[in-house]
Design a protein around this ligand. Structure first.
Ligand code: PGA
Length: 245
């Protein structure tokens, strides 16, 4: 079970320091893995504050080149060097606002894996595709075009675009079908099993319902991860969920 916190472009040094104070008094479980994705500028700082805790730190994106004339970009090697274990690739905000295509996302994911990072590859359909009933097909296409060539260090995050930051989430059946579809599709193509996280408006109210869905291997939390109490409560819900088995 994996609980990932995508802070996006939020929380400054002072707030990160406060956040980490709470983390340092919390009792983490070995059953649930956690990773925080802070703004790039604070990767090193956060890492230094929580290096004694069983939580990883990750980057919110990385470039496909390892070095060179790419102003404003971040090399996967630098993420690794500053202590990152994971990197998010292909988040819908990057796809939409930075025009990252599936081809580019594939290159970024591959380069991150080659740099010994674990990749959380995001996929998810728009509201139009959801309403047309073509979500499965759309995500299948994204996977087909953006999957890297090795899968050992790959997780998928299913994040319907219309659910991100809106408070709306798909039905239990839709999440279950999508996660099953993603796993089946990747297994048929590669003979490998991947973990699939759900992301999009995960909060304290819906976490238990989401965790109860078959084939949900964890969550990628945005807004609710900015408040340390909510983040830790969601984490605790995941621990409790596993204790049931
Ligand atoms: P949200 O964001 O939880 O605020 O909807 C999730 C994400 O974009 O990863």
């Amino acid at each position: 079970m994996f609980v990932a916190a995508n802070w996006k472009m939020n929380l400054d040094k002072k707030l990160i320091f406060e956040f980490s104070k709470h983390l340092n008094t919390f009792k983490f479980s070995s059953k649930v893995e956690a990773c925080i994705f802070p703004p790039m500028t604070y990767v090193d700082y956060l890492n230094s504050l929580i290096s004694n805790l069983p939580i990883s730190v990750g980057g919110q994106n990385c470039h496909y080149k390892k070095s060179g004339a790419y102003t404003g970009e971040v090399s996967p090697l630098f993420l690794k060097d500053t202590g990152c274990k994971y990197v998010i690739i292909g988040h819908s905000e990057r796809r939409i606002l930075n025009h990252e295509t599936n081809d580019e996302i594939k290159l970024r994911a591959q380069s991150a894996i080659n740099s010994n990072l674990k990749v959380v590859l995001c996929v998810g359909e728009s509201l139009i595709d959801h309403e047309k009933g073509s979500a499965l097909k759309f995500v299948e296409e994204q996977l087909l075009e953006s999957l890297p060539n090795n899968f050992e260090n790959l997780l998928i995050a299913y994040e319907p675009i219309w659910s991100i930051g809106t408070g709306k989430i798909p039905s239990v059946n839709d999440i279950e079908d999508m996660h099953q579809h993603i796993k089946k599709f990747i297994f048929e193509k590669t003979n490998k099993k991947v973990k699939v996280l759900y992301g999009g408006s995960v909060n304290l109210e819906n976490i238990n319902n989401i965790l109860n869905i078959v084939n949900v291997d964890g969550v990628l939390i945005g807004g609710s991860s900015l408040n340390v109490k909510d983040f830790l409560a969601i984490y605790s819900a995941a621990v409790k969920h596993l204790d049931k088995f």
